[in-house]
Design a protein around this ligand. Structure first.
Ligand SMILES: [Zn+2]
Ligand SMILES: [Zn+2]
Length: 193
């Protein structure tokens, strides 16, 4: 029951969620073509299948999210801001630009940088999303969605910022902050994320 379409662009999009300390990285003017396509909703038929529409909610149920992930993938960001925010790596789904959110009155948006916001439920504190303003894209916390349980853990970013006290088992793409930047031709900063 999956769409035949998929989104390589989603892979590009998802790497922009890592937030606050990467000022200057991933400006819209320096987006690679595939990322531009992603933002415009163009999909690449060569990549994985898109996931079905899924629904998630916060602990108290005041906030509900419905969206269709571009791929049935979960990714982790080990950057310092994500870990400070959540107490551990940020496990999220691929970025989307058109989610449906109910209970927005209960969502607080903390401006974690000039270009990003982190959303959480005012009532129960559940972390809902990382929002990247230049692309108007949301990375939702994977744990909101029961039906994401079968998703593939596809990628870890800012692996060089990961502390030693934890490791994820298994094989997947792991990129340092520099590699993430180099991959998109916007390198130059060796700042940890
Ligand atoms: Zn991060
Ligand atoms: Zn809540």
């Amino acid at each position: 029951m999956r769409s035949a379409e998929a989104c390589k662009a989603g892979e590009t999009e998802q790497r922009i969620h890592f937030g606050g300390r990467h000022r200057g990285f991933w400006k819209l003017t320096s987006l690679p073509p595939s990322a531009g396509d992603a933002i415009m909703g163009v999909r690449d038929e060569e990549s994985d299948m898109a996931a079905d529409r899924i629904e998630g909610k916060c602990l108290c149920g005041a906030v509900t999210v419905r969206m269709t992930p571009p791929q049935p993938h979960v990714e982790a960001c080990h950057c310092g801001m994500c870990r400070r925010w959540g107490g551990g790596p940020f496990l999220s789904l691929k970025m989307v630009t058109n989610p449906q959110m109910e209970g927005s009155d209960y969502i607080a948006r903390y401006p974690s940088s000039d270009w990003a916001e982190r959303g959480f439920c005012k009532k129960c504190g559940t972390h809902i999303f990382y929002y990247y303003k230049p692309a108007a894209s949301y990375s939702f916390t994977a744990g909101l969605f029961d039906s994401a349980g079968g998703f593939q853990f596809a990628e870890e970013i800012f692996i060089d910022d990961k502390p030693d006290y934890y490791d994820f088992a298994g094989q997947r793409e792991r990129l340092t902050g520099q590699e993430v930047m180099a991959k998109f031709g916007v390198g130059g900063s060796d700042e940890a994320g």
